[in-house]
Write a protein that binds this ligand. Structure first.
Ligand code: LLP
Length: 417
């Protein structure tokens, strides 16, 4: 379910024609639906009702403070991977005690700030990091609550860049090593073990690998229990996939139901870190066709968004649906490569799409709410796009289009001789 639908030939975001948004704010512009965001988040909390659980939205998927604020108002927790994400959460009204801190490379200053504001838990990914946290916590005379991220070595069928739970990945601590790391952690004066953690990958469309990972974590929890190490929470990470093309991921409700079945009433808090499944279908990217161009082999539609705005097609060969914002335009259907203005062959939004197009048309790239703006850059010295959040009949600008002056505000010339 999402709130981008045609009415009388025009694409609407909730009750706002997206053509109005393009007229007012220009293109490329990301448009988010508050209702879809809320719906997706609430599908998690409703499925978890009656169970001790915490849904920590993975900020990396879309870190606009308005998005975080919508979720914070619903009581969401947050999964962060940097102090920047932590400050965004706090700015957006999120609660520090609802934050879990993931990532393999936490720096000292990031640990300090997280301890200072009192986050819920650090997800530890190596012995070296554990030692660092012990030192930082001891210097601050604080106790750091931790989970250890286990690499459960389960095979997931997803793009290799976003599979994280196999031995060859940099993430977590292997099953063979993790017991002894827990034993070590249990002896550290300023470390308080509260949980176990894993995250096996992203855009996962099958439940099987999650159940395998969960089973391995439960066995670990039992072994730790035998050693006198009590575990209160089990963090299964994020990763539930969405439908970009013809994938058939389980619904959030089905996914949760199967996890709860395997948990079988154990007195553990279930923590989840969903990103994509909350915000992907809550966003579109509006882009305008600048030029049409045809050679002996192909039809190209050159649009005003590029890989700097939406990197997923270039980086992962990701397929995202592209639809015209007016679907009542007559013309000849042709097979287009939709390409950006950037000087790289990899700069495409989509390949071989059957569309009726004219220069000046506006297109909507769907499922762009996750890892869209969040991965945007200034490559080719292009300003980053505007972001708009629709709330029923209101369209709110939640990030102004960047200006050229903002782009180079932090650069400096060398001094004159
Ligand atoms: N927790 C951890 C520790 C993670 O590393 C991630 C994602 C998540 C949670 C959220 O996963 P999600 O529910 O969004 O799948 N840029 C890529 C995706 C990278 C995912 C990185 N980690 C893409 O555009 O497909």
């Amino acid at each position: 379910m999402h709130d981008f639908q045609y009415r009388n030939g025009v694409l609407y975001a909730e009750a706002v024609p997206v053509t109005d948004i393009a007229d007012q704010y220009g293109t490329p512009t990301y448009v988010y639906s508050r209702q879809t965001l809320e719906h997706n988040y609430l599908e998690y909390t409703q499925a978890l009702q009656g169970h001790d659980a915490r849904v920590c939205y993975a900020v990396k998927a879309n870190s606009n403070i308005a998005v975080l604020n919508v979720l914070a108002r619903l009581g969401a927790g947050f999964d962060i991977v940097s102090v920047g994400e932590l400050e965004r959460v706090l700015l957006a009204g999120g609660q520090a005690k609802q934050v879990v801190f993931s990532g393999v490379g936490k720096q000292t200053h990031e640990m300090q700030r997280a301890l200072e504001v009192g986050i819920h838990c650090f997800n530890i990914e190596s012995t070296a990091e554990l030692e660092r946290l012990q030192q930082v916590a001891s210097d601050m005379d604080r106790c750091a609550a931790i989970s250890i991220r286990v690499n459960p070595d389960v095979d997931v069928r997803t793009h290799p860049y976003i599979a994280t739970g196999m031995k060859e990945n940099k993430f977590g601590i292997s099953m063979a090593q993790v017991d002894s790391v827990y034993t070590h952690a249990s002896k550290l004066s300023h470390i308080n073990i509260i949980g176990v953690d894993c995250h096996i990958g992203s855009q996962l469309t099958e439940i099987g690998p999650y159940l395998d990972a969960l089973q391995r974590l439960l066995e670990l929890i039992d072994r730790l229990q035998d050693q006198g190490i009590a575990i209160r929470h089990l963090d299964l990470g994020g990763g539930l996939g969405v439908r970009y093309a013809d994938e058939t991921p389980p619904s959030i409700a089905d996914f949760i139901a199967q996890l709860l079945q395997l948990l079988n009433g154990r007195p553990l808090q279930l923590v989840l870190e969903p990103g994509r499944s909350i915000c992907a279908n809550a966003g579109i990217l509006l882009t305008r066709v600048e030029y049409l161009k045809t050679n002996e082999k192909k039809h190209f539609a050159i649009v005003d968004s590029g890989m700097n705005d939406l990197l997923r097609p270039a980086l992962y060969s990701a397929w995202q649906r592209i639809i015209p914002v007016r679907n009542d335009i007559a013309g000849i259907t042709r097979c287009y490569d939709i390409v950006g203005p950037i000087c790289e062959t990899g700069d495409f939004m989509a390949k071989q799409r059957q569309l009726v197009l004219n220069a000046g048309d506006i297109l909507a790239i769907q499922q762009a709410g996750a890892y869209g703006f969040a991965m945007a850059s200034n490559y080719n010295s292009r300003n980053r796009a505007a972001e708009v959040m629709v709330d029923d009949s209101q369209a709110h600008l939640v990030r102004q289009r960047e200006t050229l002056e903002q782009q180079w505000a932090h650069e400096q010339l060398l001094p004159h001789e």
